[in-house]
Design a protein around this ligand. Structure first.
Ligand SMILES: [Zn+2]
Length: 451
């Protein structure tokens, strides 16, 4: 089953909006409380708090803060989970240390499962019921594909005072339809690789194609920088000192947020265009397993720190994960196939596409142009690795086994997607933990008796 996310705009009336704002405030306070808890425990007791510790505290927390009792318990867990995600990505070096969130900026909350809400729609407009708030909201929006709704996130845009419902739906998998009746062909295969200098390198067996990073997002980013510099010179609000924002500051901030939105839209638009175009031309996509977390990780030594930061930025600005996801679902939607190769076994960037010799020194990212000392084959790095990937999927790569399954390759449709960190899984873990605790409790009296 594949998941797809759709966003609808919500139209609450005044009493409904009051309730929504109140709920958002409670979730924001919970978020901050969780951060404070983690910080305190670490500073005073040198103890790191896990998600489960905090989740198990929730019932007790609700006894103290009665207003939380009305809210859906899973949505509270999801907010605690947000703190966990924030800290985890901080530990990975992807973002800064999580800070307390201001209620002015806090976005919303999530219902991580099917319970607690209901969407009355078939993909075009409709209504949304939130059981814990006992409200029924009008909802507008259109989708191409609709399925079984699984999770819901309520999003508030404070600058525009707009409410949105972001719903993930489960849609049935399309089985690959190659054969006599279908017009899809095994031959139309493309191998692609994501890089930083060129965003995408494609190879279809005969010719290469390189796609540049979109320049327009960089231009918009420059504009954002310029405008935010202007913004910093204007009188910003200080709520502690009761200083109001100046009108110029407000106007300028609006400009910045509009530009940021524009940048995001441009990027998304570019991604959709590129992936739709590729998916329309090819029936089989070949790529390697991508480890963005590893690629964007903070360097541990001070040396090379800046270099890596630049790489991080360009990697994230193209939005690699997003691009891969889009291409996968677009190819699969038309009945095509996505083949994901095991990077460790195939080593596309270190292998010579001509003779299959593995060069360890090619692993270094600064090696942009590869010359094989075994057979004398010359090729730029990115092109070489897509060529290897294409050959492997075509069973023509020398120096490797002939069977795809031997190389440890996965087709995206055949793998069982892991639901990491899902609420169900966490529930099971919690269950196990409680069982362990009970075991300890049962044992202690007998040991006391023995002593
Ligand atoms: Zn060679």
């Amino acid at each position: 089953m594949a998941n797809r996310r759709h966003t609808f705009r919500l139209y609450p009336n005044k009493t409904q909006e009051k309730k929504l704002l109140e709920t958002r405030r409670l979730h924001c306070y919970l978020y901050n409380a969780c951060i404070a808890d983690r910080n305190y425990e670490y500073r005073v007791n040198k103890k790191s708090i896990t998600y489960l510790d905090q989740q198990n505290c929730l019932p007790e927390f609700k006894e103290c803060w009665v207003e939380y009792k009305e809210l859906h318990s899973q949505s509270l867990q999801a907010t605690v989970k947000r703190v966990d995600f924030a800290f985890n990505s901080f530990f990975l070096g992807i973002r800064k240390r999580p800070k307390f969130q201001s209620i002015r900026k806090y976005s919303g909350w999530t219902y991580p499962a099917k319970s607690g809400w209901k969407a009355h729609t078939n993909g075009k407009h409709g209504a949304l019921t939130l059981n814990d708030l006992r409200i029924n909201l009008r909802m507008r929006g259109k989708t191409k594909t609709w399925g079984v709704p699984t999770t819901l996130t309520i999003v508030y845009r404070p600058t525009k005072r707009e409410w949105y419902a972001s719903i993930t739906v489960n849609i049935p998998d399309v089985t690959p339809k190659f054969g006599a009746e279908s017009d899809l062909e095994y031959k139309s295969m493309v191998a692609y690789d994501l890089g930083c200098a060129t965003a995408l390198t494609l190879y279809n067996g005969t010719e290469f194609e390189e796609l540049e990073n979109p320049r327009f997002t960089q231009k918009t980013e420059e504009k954002i920088k310029k405008q935010s510099k202007k913004l910093r010179r204007k009188r910003s609000p200080n709520h502690k000192k009761k200083i109001k924002a100046s009108n110029r500051w407000r106007k300028n901030r609006k400009k910045v947020s509009q530009l940021q939105k524009k940048c995001a839209n441009q990027r998304k638009n570019w991604q959709h265009q590129v992936t739709s175009e590729i998916a329309s031309r090819y029936d089989i996509g070949v790529t390697e397993k991508l480890n963005i977390k590893g690629m964007t990780r903070k360097t541990k030594t001070s040396k090379g720190h800046k270099q890596k930061a630049g790489l991080n930025k360009s990697l994230l600005s193209v939005g690699f994960g997003e691009l891969n996801k889009m291409l996968t679902y677009k190819i699969e939607e038309k009945g095509g196939l996505m083949i994901i190769l095991d990077t460790k076994k195939i080593k596309p960037s270190q292998r010579c596409p001509e003779c299959g010799h593995v060069h360890k020194e090619w692993a270094n990212l600064s090696n942009r142009y590869h010359i094989c000392d075994n057979c004398g084959f010359e090729i730029p790095r990115d092109k070489g690795s897509v060529m290897v990937m294409y050959n492997v999927a075509n069973n023509k790569q020398k120096g490797l086994g002939t069977s795809l399954s031997k190389c440890g390759c996965l087709s995206s449709t055949s793998t069982n997607r892991k639901h990491t960190g899902s609420m169900k899984q966490l529930g099971q873990m919690k269950h196990q933990k409680f069982q362990l605790k009970e075991g300890v409790v049962l044992e202690t009296p007998s040991s006391y008796e023995a002593g």
